[in-house]
Design a protein around this ligand. Structure first.
Ligand code: HEC
Length: 184
């Protein structure tokens, strides 16, 4: 049917709406518009060595301490919740990559993501435990977290930190964990 025939059969209103529909179909798809304005790629701000020493370790330590010496006041529980929340985000940051010499190689290794995500999951479980003031759940989350720290360190961490940054916290259990998978 030509436009002329359509006009005669359906009248001007129908024709106008048909034309309008056709025009709409030619408008750019919403996805195309979104990708044209997509945010630029994420640029890591710090190295994993810095992230470990100044974020991960700082956030994890109070969670483990609370599992051993349970908080007494609401404010103490809330502080545990804050630190557990901070730890959860470091797992996400480790998916982004870092500025250290081996960071992108680690980020792109097949086993990496499961360790980062488990750290986030363990930390979120600690958040829930702190909200519920549930010591047993906090201990379970703390154990899950530490096993995962050690697992990732066994697989990826070098004996010496790439930037010479070690922690001032005394978690020997983590930095001195046996490394059966290593061949040096
Ligand atoms: C996804 C893997 C991964 C997880 C999970 C992880 N780490 Fe690390 N960690 C590393 C890597 C890789 C390094 C070495 C960084 C470097 O030297 O550039 C490191 C280094 C460190 C360092 C500094 C270096 C040293 O020898 O002391 C500390 C402290 C540390 N991690 C603590 C922790 C703690 C505490 C946890 C758990 C709450 C944890 N890490 C979980 C990968 C991980």
């Amino acid at each position: 049917m030509t436009l002329d025939q359509l006009f005669r059969v359906s009248g001007p209103v129908a024709l106008a709406s048909t034309l309008l529909l056709a025009a709409c179909n030619q408008a750019p798809a919403p996805e195309a518009t979104a990708s044209a304005t997509a945010a630029p790629p994420i640029k890591p701000a710090i190295s994993f060595n810095v992230l470990m020493v100044k974020f991960v370790d700082q956030a994890a330590d109070p969670v483990w301490t609370a599992a051993v010496e349970p908080p007494k006041t609401d404010a103490d529980w809330e502080t545990v919740e804050y630190h557990a929340t901070q730890l959860a985000v470091t797992g996400t940051l480790m998916r982004v990559g870092g500025t250290g010499p081996k960071d992108m190689e680690w980020t792109n290794s097949p086993g990496w993501a499961s360790f980062t995500d488990k750290m986030t999951d363990g930390a979120l479980a600690a958040v829930q435990a702190a909200k519920a003031k549930d010591v047993a759940a906090l201990q379970k989350a703390g154990d899950d977290i530490v096993l995962n720290c050690e697992g990732c360190h066994r697989e990826f961490k070098l004996d010496l930190p790439t930037e010479g940054l070690a922690t001032h916290l005394t978690r020997g259990i983590i930095t001195e964990a046996p490394k059966p998978g290593r061949t040096e």
